[in-house]
Design a protein around this ligand. Structure first.
Ligand code: ADP
Length: 482
């Protein structure tokens, strides 16, 4: 019998993306389908999605609790993935982003917006659904779908569910009145339920009621059981450690592969790296840097937040640039960090390039055109850019945390000898150790033999989705057997 999985997510690349969740939501369902699973991806009907998918068919209508009426529309994506779009103009048809308005403020009705998404997923996963297609497992992602396991818990004949945590720092915490507004039973508002320090937490609800919890790297699965990175949920997660697993995200090599990446100035492969230099020059020109094939060029693509450690990069920038080196920053986020990045740009024009905003094409060019990729995240559940950069022959400098620790091997005598060295790993997450790692990277860069070995080791790594998809299927099978 073919296994059926309902995959619920608040973003999916390339239709709507604010971060790694979108990449995962595009690639994992496709990998599951390739492994023989029948998948439906449920997403909110944002304008970007409705515009991109003109061929939508009506599937069902929902009038649930106090939520506005919504309809379910079906389409097939170009890669064959079947998508269900939850159309509810009152909640999703607006400008701005999926979670925030144009000024970066959270939408005030986010509890309703993602409560509805969670509720519809639970209806589809229970005997309340009138559709012929019923999932064997519901796979939820992050806080936006965190109420699904809670709704399923109180529904009839509910499918088992997996709660995937891509970043525990975002929890979807709302005032207690939302419990009744969202149609959750009053008795669920307690420590053994959806309550989180007096508020309603979507993610806590998911972690409490889900049959299985997954997160996106083995190290992060351990780290979130401790106070430092548990964001107040470490007790619950440690208590549920037997149903908590860490499965590394993969890379979609149809999107992220320098050998067939049309966004690049020139494609290249491990066998012939000459095209990489063309990308460096293109990047230098695009970002207003002095064109210089020799100088080490550091790149960073990131949300500008404390988590990602951009402040550490800004702190060491004078020393880094004095090596000498160049620096390219692409990102958006915290207003103070954006301002500080632009100040750096003005102070070091020709040596620093900054693009404030989201630019998919430029992100590929940075991966390809930089010599070294910077990812000094204070914590990182999995991280994708460090895997992309290894594939693009751009060794990353990373903090030893979460998925960064699990995917980058520090360059030293032993790892160069055994052919595993693929980047520079530092700890603790402070400016001094970052600077030390950056110096090590620059020294290695000028040693052609070492640098080439590092590039080859990284480029030959296999981070494809097949292995991760198989690990999820194993979890689904376990849940279905129960
Ligand atoms: P997170 O999901 O925490 O933001 P990840 O490394 O897992 O971090 O994934 C980030 C994804 O978003 C990557 O695909 C990265 O290239 C992309 N990204 C982040 N910021 C930008 C930006 N400003 N422009 C283009 N792509 C970006």
């Amino acid at each position: 019998m073919i296994m059926r999985v309902l995959y619920v997510t608040s973003e999916i690349a390339p239709l709507i993306k604010t971060g790694g969740l979108a990449d995962v939501s595009a690639a994992l369902p496709a990998a599951l389908i390739a492994a023989g699973v029948d998948v439906r991806v449920l997403v909110p009907g944002y304008p970007q999605i409705l515009r991109a998918l003109p061929q939508l068919n009506d599937v069902a209508l929902f009038a649930l609790h106090d939520f506005p009426c919504a309809s379910l529309l079906a389409a097939v994506l170009p890669d064959g993935v079947r998508i269900w779009v939850l159309d509810c103009p009152e909640l999703y048809q607006r400008g701005g982003g999926p979670y925030q308005d144009e000024h970066g403020h959270d939408w005030p009705d986010n509890a309703q917006r993602f409560g509805l998404l969670s509720k519809v997923a639970a209806v589809l996963g229970s005997s309340d659904s009138s559709l012929g297609w019923k999932p064997d497992v519901v796979h939820c992602n992050d806080w936006q779908t965190g109420l699904t396991p809670a709704y399923l818990h109180f529904a009839n004949k509910a499918a088992p569910c997996v709660m995937a945590i891509h970043n525990l720092a975002f929890q979807g915490v709302f005032p207690p009145d939302c419990v009744a507004e969202l149609g959750l039973p009053a008795q669920s508002f307690q420590m053994e339920g959806v309550e989180y320090y007096g508020s309603l937490s979507f993610l806590k609800a998911g972690a409490y009621y889900a049959d299985h919890i997954s997160t996106v790297s083995p190290s992060y699965a351990e780290e979130i059981q401790d106070e430092a990175l548990g964001f107040g949920m470490q007790g619950l997660l440690a208590q549920r450690h037997e149903v908590l697993s860490g499965i590394l995200n993969g890379v979609d090599y149809t999107e992220w592969n320098p050998g067939c990446d049309t966004r690049l100035a020139q494609e290249y492969t491990a066998g012939d790296l000459r095209g990489k230099l063309a990308n460096k020059i293109e990047l230098q020109m695009r970002m207003g840097l002095r064109v210089d094939p020799e100088v080490p060029l550091f790149g960073m693509v990131s949300r500008f937040t404390f988590q990602k450690g951009l402040d550490l990069v800004l702190e060491i920038a004078p020393e880094l640039l004095a090596m000498p080196a160049q620096l390219v920053l692409l990102g958006t986020g915290d207003a103070d960090m954006q301002r500080a990045a632009l100040e750096l740009l003005h102070k070091y024009s020709g040596q620093v390039g900054v693009y404030v905003g989201f630019n998919e094409e430029l992100s590929h060019l940075v991966e390809a055109g930089a010599d070294v990729f910077l990812m000094p995240s204070r914590f990182e559940p999995c991280g994708l850019n460090q895997m992309y950069s290894q594939r693009y022959g751009t060794p990353p400098v990373v903090h030893a945390t979460g998925g960064l620790k699990d995917t980058v091997v520090d360059c030293n005598v032993a790892t160069l000898a055994d052919g595993t060295a693929s980047g520079f790993v530092f700890s603790p997450a402070d400016a001094d150790s970052l600077l030390l790692a950056v110096r090590r990277a620059v020294d290695a860069y000028y040693d052609k033999k070492i640098w080439h070995a590092l590039q080859m080791n990284g480029m030959s790594k296999d981070f494809s989705w097949g292995k991760s998809a198989a690990a999820y299927i194993e979890i689904y099978e376990r849940l279905m057997r129960r």
